[in-house]
Design a protein around this ligand. Structure first.
Ligand SMILES: [Zn+2]
Length: 479
């Protein structure tokens, strides 16, 4: 495995690096962040996520506690009963942030917990006790689920446990074994997952929408199309981890930088105007899940802390919104929401000159990254590119449906109602939004002329286009 700092950043993976670092700030500040990365096979999703453990600082726990009890707030059955004086005498140790993986051969017992057979068969002092599984042992750390869409498809019972663990913050896990009392524990874990929606069984959203919604952010990962980036990737040191030595200084330095940013999180304010606007957008665009608003709010606070802003601004909101909503809305809805948010931001910008949004000269490697970001045209070009990809992919996947849709749009065009705006590849945010001319009414309440338009297509010399010569009523609709 590579060190985090040595990994090559390019246009296709830049968003993932941003969200991994925001999630790291969150985890250091005790805010678990659930991250889902979608992308094609071989784009390096899992490599980046696995390498990210090196930038997280160590945590202190009560020595040898498999549940990673915080010495100040113990939660496991053995330590939560200790008095304040007893806690003062426990031995504390520093451990790397727990980073465990759930494999596809996992069972409920290995994830939640099972009977501790070693203790049961101890010849000196046999006792029946629970052995914590992957989730309780990841408390205060990260659980990685590779190909989460396949897991959701083949192991719904494991998905149910994940739903429980990710439902609230902190979540919970229940360890059950016949003959032993059930143990329920609070759980503060960040679930990071990857999937490839273009391979079987398809997108997590389609397989288990409930689980997809549990993720705060869904990041899109693409292949590199920059030759320079590819050359750098090929030139990377591919020695196995055990031959490469210790965590490099650059990762440790970035870790320290993120700790400093995390210390600001608690002090970041979010203006009431922004909260109100988000609430209005929630209602206007019929967002299904309140989690989406919470994700935008938390992400914006983390982003503001990262760039040393005492208060959340619209740029923070706009940075995190695509990843907070793309697994909860259709691409068209997302564009409409972003358009509204952008209008809000422009309104504020027209009142005050805003300094360069995401620029911190003190961040390790920031100069390069900032230059690359400027060259890439920033977040808007990425959103536009993503919309085009998703719309294109849907067309590829369901060509017949896309054709039907296009045909029906063409039909509407002829009748002059509900014309679909043309998608300009340069910037979908500048697409004209065309509302239906009138409020919809039941068919039966319409007069005959309003319900049916009959006519023939003719050339209209006055309008340089086609028009319909109607036989009902006396109007000619523009075509
Ligand atoms: Zn404990």
């Amino acid at each position: 495995m590579h060190s985090y700092s040595s990994l090559i950043r390019h246009e296709g993976n830049r968003e993932l690096f941003t969200f991994v670092e925001l999630a790291a700030i969150g985890i250091i500040a005790d805010i678990p962040i659930h991250l889902h990365v979608e992308g094609l096979r071989g784009t390096g999703k899992t490599t980046i996520l696995r390498a990210a453990r090196h930038i997280l600082p160590k945590i202190s726990r009560i020595k040898d506690c498999l549940f990673n009890c915080n010495p100040q707030f113990p939660h496991c059955p053995r330590h939560k009963v200790l008095t304040k004086d007893e806690l003062g005498t426990v031995v504390v140790e520093q451990i790397p942030v727990p980073f465990l993986e759930i494999s596809h051969s996992a069972k409920i017992g290995t994830i939640a917990g099972s009977l501790d057979l070693a203790r049961l068969t101890d010849t000196e002092q046999p006792e029946a006790a629970m052995l914590p599984g992957t989730l309780p042992r990841s408390h205060r750390g990260i659980v990685l689920v590779d190909e989460v869409n396949r897991l959701a498809d083949t192991a719904p019972e494991l998905t149910d446990i994940l739903l429980d663990a990710m439902g609230t913050k902190p979540g919970r896990v229940q360890m059950e074994e016949a003959g032993l009392p059930t143990v329920a524990l609070p759980l503060s874990i960040s679930v990071w997952a990857t999937s490839n929606p273009d391979e079987d069984p398809g997108s997590l959203m389609d397989i288990r929408k409930q689980l997809s919604d549990r993720f705060d952010f869904m990041v899109q990962m693409e292949r590199s199309v920059e030759a320079e980036a590819l050359v750098s990737i090929l030139n990377l040191d591919h020695k196995p981890e055990h031959l490469r030595g210790k965590i490099p200084a650059a990762d440790l330095e970035l870790g320290k930088y993120l700790v400093q940013k995390a210390s600001r999180v608690g002090a970041v304010k979010i203006p009431t105007t922004i909260v109100r606007s988000l609430a209005q957008i929630y209602i206007k665009h019929h967002l299904e899940s309140l989690r989406s608003l919470e994700a935008i709010k938390t992400g914006a606070i983390l982003n503001a802390a990262r760039w040393n802003r005492p208060e959340v601004g619209w740029n923070d909101v706009l940075t995190v919104t695509p990843a907070a909503l793309r697994h909860r809305l259709s691409p068209e809805q997302l564009v409409a929401v972003l358009q509204d948010l952008k209008q809000e931001r422009d309104l504020v910008n027209s009142r005050a000159v805003v300094a360069c949004a995401d620029c911190d000269q003190n961040e390790p490697g920031s100069a390069d990254r900032h230059r690359q970001q400027k060259q890439s045209g920033g977040i808007w070009s990425r959103i536009v590119a993503w919309c085009q990809r998703v719309l294109g992919r849907r067309r590829d996947r369901y060509p017949a449906a896309a054709k039907r849709k296009e045909a029906s749009a063409g039909g509407n065009k002829l009748a002059g109602i509900g014309r679909r705006p043309q998608l300009k590849p340069e910037n979908p945010l500048e697409m004209p939004l065309v509302a239906p001319p009138e409020v919809a009414r039941p068919l039966l309440s319409l007069a005959r002329e309003g319900a049916i338009t009959e006519g023939e297509l003719i050339d209209d010399p006055t309008r340089a286009g086609k028009a319909i010569r109607t036989t009902v009523g006396n109007e000619a609709d523009e075509g």
